[in-house]
Ligand binder design. Sequence first.
Ligand SMILES: CC(C)(COP(=O)(O)OP(=O)(O)OC[C@H]1O[C@@H](n2cnc3c(N)ncnc32)[C@H](O)[C@@H]1OP(=O)(O)O)[C@@H](O)C(=O)NCCC(=O)NCCS
Length: 169
Amino acid sequence: MGSNVQLRAFEPEDSKELHRWMNDADAIRNTGHSPVSYEEACSHVEKKKASGDIVMAIELDNSQLAGWVFLQKLEYEHGRASIGILLAPEYRGQGIAPQAMSHMIDIGFKQLRLNKIYLTTRGFNEQAYRAYTKLGFVVEGTLRKHCFVDGQYYDTYMMGLLAEEWLQG
Ligand SMILES: CC(C)(COP(=O)(O)OP(=O)(O)OC[C@H]1O[C@@H](n2cnc3c(N)ncnc32)[C@H](O)[C@@H]1OP(=O)(O)O)[C@@H](O)C(=O)NCCC(=O)NCCS
């Protein structure tokens, strides 16, 4: 289990690493985006920030950059936002995502006064599903045969977490 996982502002120079993580084969398979150039990775970050997304770098004890986590689609009138995460390949499978997301969920519920944080994940992404379940996200709906990957259709899960569940949990 990774220890002392912290969030800090995502700096422009972090996009170089983001470019590498986004082009990892598992990341492409799990998120569904196409391979991206360095310029596209930079402009992806800029667009997210410009549209009001909360974008944070995940940093470990030793100041190593381990990934990024963000809140997007912020809709304050409904008190909701969607959460996303991507770790560097070498930091996956070490329990880092639940810790990093937990910090971001705290920001969402305890600072931004959100009422709900939600996400979608592909049905075959068992690692992500387990990480999200551990945090208290529950499946609210199944989008049947929603994505086509490697010649096969897979379900996508809509998962959600309510402030009342997080704050009393
Ligand atoms: C998915 C991701 C966010 C998960 O974060 P993580 O820190 O690697 O997750 P964890 O190490 O906490 O593992 C989560 C659970 O999956 C289990 N797990 C690890 N590898 C697994 C595998 N190949 N298959 C199934 N379960 C697996 C872990 O044991 C853990 O369960 P446990 O706590 O009950 O033991 C991260 O691996 C990642 O960035 N992957 C690439 C991009 C991606 O898939 N993003 C999410 C899109 S929805």
